[in-house]
Design a protein around this ligand. Structure first.
Ligand code: 3PG
Length: 307
């Protein structure tokens, strides 16, 4: 019997990506069901019932979704962060969870620079701004996105410092970045700090008031990662105490409205998470997800399994 793949995307892929994902599955003789822009979790739960495989973006694959899926063997998060998937619930039912690392990194990194330019040019409201050239950027998290950030930062003529678990303090990296002595140093040394860390038990609220309060005068925090990694009480305190500090984010904090109202010139938040919202990123991540599903179901290939 032919296999069925559900693509459940509250925030849809670009049409060109859907077309190309469908082509991969058509080649494998799989059926495709598409659930886009759903507003009701019940619609997702109903749609997943008979699926053998599932592709999602930031859609929440919670235990009730997993429970409802009678035939599910694999979930692929078309993207990097899989904090939206209940991996323990999936493992308990022997369902494989994968992500597609690196496929949307460039799109996210480009958006981070867009946010930096937006705030540095005073949100294009006619006031004089500042440039990125010769400023120092701190890349917090040296994974696929962090590495893209370094390349683009070099193009802007910035000095680059990075902090990541794989780096040795003080190490000079081949891409021109220097590894920070510590995470505290990264925050203290840089004019822009970009968050490129995943959200997990270790990183939640890890961008604390202590780290933030040490930043240089006029520093900008750029968050294209997850809102959960920033301690919002600390952030609010920082915004209140430091009229020179700016926060720009693709993942608006819970307190977004309050910050916008109080400090309109010092914060900017996208309307929806837009980092990976390009045709290219959707095509790259979507095709990778589709191929990973076919390779797993046909050959048992578990590359990029995360659970
Ligand atoms: C990711 O983790 O890959 C990014 O945050 C993109 O998420 P999205 O697919 O919901 O845009």
């Amino acid at each position: 019997m032919s296999k069925t793949v559900l693509i459940a995307t509250e925030k849809p892929f670009a049409p060109a990506a859907v077309e190309q994902i469908k082509a991969v599955f058509s080649q494998a003789n799989y059926e495709v069901a598409l659930l886009e822009k759903y507003t009701d979790k019940a619609a997702f739960i109903a749609a997943v019932e008979n699926a053998d495989a599932l592709i999602v973006r930031s859609d929440k694959v919670t235990s009730d979704v997993i429970e409802a899926a009678k035939n599910l063997k694999i979930v692929v998060r078309a993207g990097a962060g899989y904090d939206n998937v209940d991996c323990a619930a999936a493992s308990a039912k022997d369902i494989v969870v994968m992500n597609t690392p690196g496929q949307n990194s460039n799109a996210v990194a480009e958006l981070a620079f867009g946010l930096m330019v937006t705030i540095s040019r005073k949100q294009y409201q006619g006031k004089s701004g500042t440039e990125l050239r010769e400023k120092r950027i701190g890349i917090h998290g040296y994974g696929n996105i962090g590495k893209c950030m370094v390349k683009i930062a070099k193009g802007f003529g910035m000095e680059v410092e990075a902090f990541g678990r794989s780096l040795t303090p003080g190490q000079s990296l081949d891409d021109g970045a220097v590894a920070s002595q510590s995470v505290a140093d990264l925050y203290a040394n840089c004019d822009y700090i970009s968050l490129n860390i995943p959200s997990n038990e270790t990183t939640k609220a890890s961008v604390s008031y202590d780290l933030l309060s040490a930043v240089k005068k006029g520093a900008v925090l750029v968050n294209t990662a997850r809102k959960e990694v920033v301690d919002e009480e600390g952030l609010k305190k920082m915004m209140e105490e430091r009229p020179d500090f700016c926060y720009v984010s693709d993942v608006a904090p819970v307190c977004a409205e309050e910050l916008r109202e109080k400090y309109p010139d010092r914060c900017f938040f996208t309307a929806k998470k837009m980092g990976a919202q390009t045709a290219e990123a959707n095509i790259n991540a979507g095709i990778a997800a589709a191929n990973q599903i076919v390779n797993f179901l046909e050959k048992g290939d578990t590359t990029f399994k995360v659970n």
